[in-house]
Design a protein around this ligand. Structure first.
Ligand code: SF4
Ligand code: SF4
Length: 473
């Protein structure tokens, strides 16, 4: 029986409930007055149930799709403004004992080069990332208790936080490692991580077991219940995601939203972020081998529906997607993107040749971080390197309270300007700097609170004139 408050995977992600939801959605998808009613509810920015979202997803009327996208754009602007937070992935190790059939790091892949960064390597990689201008990383590692035990991950986090190079610093480390125990999540919490990210890959248990034929990840319940252990271990901010293309997308969207509802029901706070990766080509992986690929229009609709269904959950799109797809998705709800990414182990210092390929997927958006920053500003967005919330203790339900009462706007906008000013002073090309310096005064005028505006002015001047850094609200 479906119960969002249960702590058992198959009860809170209940197959019968998903099938029932999809049958209901199919039966009512053409009911335009119901869709209009659901959209009116979504416009209140209190979210939608998985059943309501499914009805919108299966509706095929282009007018309704337009209305969904229009509302997603409005909600995105109301809650996140035109800021886009930037991060980069850092691959620590591609040793892995799992058999995920969609990932080139799977243990049977004999021709991928296996690498693991030493602490010295990490200093070099992070220095290169700092020199690009990054302040926020997502560390990634395969599951391998011998090569990548928790002690290794903790050592890496500690190293990363202590690297100081010129004006550079990594101020927030998010972690994407395999499902683990409550005790190890507690260790990650104590190491000062930002968000713990774990993609479900697919919510469909039978497919999940086929796609993960070997290794500890085969255990659907252990994987699906990981976020509950993470939260019990003290991690406030968790990031969900499915790999679109593995299973049929309506099933996945319903599962994803049920997972968000479950976290809210049990822990009082939903997911901090949702990522929406699509399966991509990589060594030993051909996306055409998977039957459930989704086209760009469907992908955009999914993005918009997630935005209106969980308005206060950040949404992430990576360099798996090319510039034009990213450009299309940004206004529909995306709040974070990666930039200048390398998906190979050690790739920031030494670009790889095909022969020594260790990357997890082909990067579609290969532009530099500087090009991404300039592109965002030209599109009217504010690139933000802000990491303030977790450093100010605004995490979990505290963070969500600020989000829901709108106060977060008093932090995000000035913090975006402060961190953009740092980027322009320290890392931007002359061209990017010119665009940024034209933009900043206008953005500064948009700070509504006069006290905050005054303080921000002081911070911006101190960064430019006194070489001071790391101001935040
Ligand atoms: Fe290993 Fe993760 Fe790749 Fe699976 S998806 S093979 S767990 S690195
Ligand atoms: Fe994110 Fe908080 Fe910074 Fe806003 S103020 S961009 S929510 S870290």
């Amino acid at each position: 029986m479906y119960n969002p408050k249960s702590q058992q995977a198959e009860t809170f992600i209940n197959h019968a409930e998903i099938m029932d939801t999809l049958a209901f959605a199919k039966a009512h998808a053409d009911d335009s007055s119901l869709c209009t009613e659901i959209l009116a509810k979504a416009a209140q920015k209190k979210g939608l149930s998985h059943r309501e979202s499914a009805v919108l997803l299966l509706n095929s009327d282009p007018k309704i799709t337009k209305a969904i996208e229009k509302l997603a754009k409005r909600i995105k602007l109301d809650i996140y403004g035109n800021r886009i937070v930037i991060f980069a992935p850092l691959y620590l190790s591609n040793y892995c004992i799992n058999g995920c059939v969609y990932c080139p790091y799977h243990s049977q892949n004999q021709h991928i080069v296996r690498k693991k960064l030493t602490q010295k390597d990490i200093i070099k990689e992070v220095t290169a990332l700092q020199d690009m201008g990054h302040k926020r990383l997502a560390i990634e590692a395969g599951e391998d208790p011998v090569h990548n035990p928790i002690s290794y991950i903790l050592e890496c986090i500690n190293t990363i936080y202590h690297i100081r190079h010129k004006n550079g610093a990594i101020r927030r480390v998010n972690v994407n490692i395999a499902a683990t125990t409550e005790e190890e999540y507690h260790m990650l919490k104590n190491a000062g991580i930002g968000t713990y990210i774990l993609f479900q890959e697919t919510y469909h248990k039978e497919s999940y077991e086929k796609l993960h034929p070997t290794g500890p990840k085969h255990d659907y319940a252990y994987h699906t219940e990981a976020m509950d252990r993470a939260m019990a271990g003290g991690i406030d901010d968790v990031g969900l995601g499915v790999l679109f293309g593995l299973e049929n997308y309506p099933y996945e969207l319903v599962g994803l939203l049920m997972h968000a509802e479950h976290l809210e029901a049990v822990h009082g706070v939903g997911p901090h972020t949702i990522s929406i990766p699509r399966i991509k080509r990589a060594d030993d992986i051909n996306p055409d081998d998977f039957d459930n690929g989704i086209d760009d229009d469907t992908f955009a609709k999914i993005c918009a529906i997630i935005r209106i269904s969980v308005p206060y959950t950040g949404m992430i799109i990576s360099t798996r997607e090319n510039q034009s797809v990213r450009e299309r998705l940004l206004p529909l709800g995306i709040s974070q993107i990666s930039g200048g990414s390398k998906t190979s182990v050690g790739g920031y210092v030494k670009p790889e040749t095909n022969k020594e390929n260790s990357q997890q997927f082909d990067v579609s958006d290969q532009r530099t971080l500087d090009e991404i920053v300039a592109w965002l500003m030209k599109l009217g967005y504010i690139p933000s390197f802000c990491t303030a919330c977790y450093r100010e203790g605004r995490t979990g339900d505290r963070f969500m309270t600020f989000c829901k009462n709108g106060q977060i706007q008093n932090f995000c906008h000035p913090n975006a300007l402060i961190t953009l000013q740092e980027y322009l002073q320290d890392y931007a090309s002359a061209y990017t700097k010119q665009i940024g310096e034209m933009l900043l005064p206008r953005l500064f005028e948009q700070i509504p609170n006069s006290l905050i505006r005054e303080k921000t002015k002081q911070y911006l001047d101190d960064i430019a004139q006194k070489n001071m850094r790391d101001f935040r609200f």
